[in-house]
Design a protein around this ligand. Structure first.
Ligand SMILES: C[S@@+](CC[C@H](N)C(=O)[O-])C[C@H]1O[C@@H](n2cnc3c(N)ncnc32)[C@H](O)[C@@H]1O
Length: 215
């Protein structure tokens, strides 16, 4: 029953970011990646002793974050629910021995083994996920990380209008989530919440980047 309802949520919310947005999202976003990395992401990552040996780029899209992470990581496992995006990345990274590409069902990471990864990274994806999906993934992030491993999760901090509002009516399609709710979910999943940094995305404090650590 729960399984069916999660599948329905994924169908309705998660399959909007494939070939149909190749130009309007993926190509356009790739052009801003270096700027996002330099201004928002790397300054936060640098504050923590992150081990980049075995990295997950979660909800990877066309791989613009992997392109940045490749400068630091020994191996990268790219994960996404969208088959078109996975195929795009299989083609793009065919010559990269250090990159693997894995599909997921949209609410668990059952293809990934436990205690395997040193760093779990996700940018510009979880911001759109419904709270049920975020909550479902957090114990999975915890499961796949090694003890002491960090996670970097860029998520929404937008709650105006309430939980049942169509997220596509929200600024930048942010789904319902707050820094506090995310921290509660993460603690419930067994994480220590190390740092939360609110981010302006045209709207003041629209997003949050949370750094988690598996004890
Ligand atoms: C806005 S794109 C961002 C892609 C990439 N992170 C980037 O910055 O370019 C959102 C990505 O999340 C993926 N996605 C959406 N819902 C998902 C889910 N429930 N589980 C895993 N991936 C999901 C989409 O397929 C898409 O690749």
């Amino acid at each position: 029953m729960l399984f069916k309802s999660m599948q329905n949520i994924v169908k309705k919310n998660s399959l909007l970011w494939g070939e149909e947005v190749a130009e309007t999202y993926h190509a356009a976003a790739a052009r801003c990646m270096q700027e996002n990395w330099d201004a928002i992401i790397f300054p936060l990552l640098q504050k923590h002793s992150i081990d980049y040996s075995d990295v997950v780029d979660f909800a990877c899209g066309y791989g613009r974050n992997t392109d940045m992470l490749l400068n630091h990581a020994r191996s990268i496992t790219m994960v996404d629910v969208n088959e078109h995006n996975l195929d795009y990345c299989r083609n793009k990274y065919a010559d990269h021995q250090s990159v693997s590409i894995v599909g997921c069902n949209g609410y668990t990471l059952e293809e990934l083994s436990e205690n395997r990864f040193s760093f779990f990274y996700t940018f510009d994806s979880v911001v759109h996920f419904p709270p049920e999906i975020v909550r479902s993934y957090l114990p999975e992030m915890h499961r796949v990380l090694k003890n002491g491993g960090y996670a970097f999760v860029h998520h929404s901090n937008y709650t105006a209008g309430g939980k049942d509002k169509d997220f596509r009516k929200n600024p930048h399609w942010r789904n319902y989530m707050s820094a506090e709710l995310f921290a509660d979910y993460a603690k419930g999943a067994g994480f220590n919440v190390i740092e939360q940094s609110l981010i302006d995305w045209e709207v003041v404090n629209l997003d949050c980047c949370t750094i988690l650590q598996k004890p």
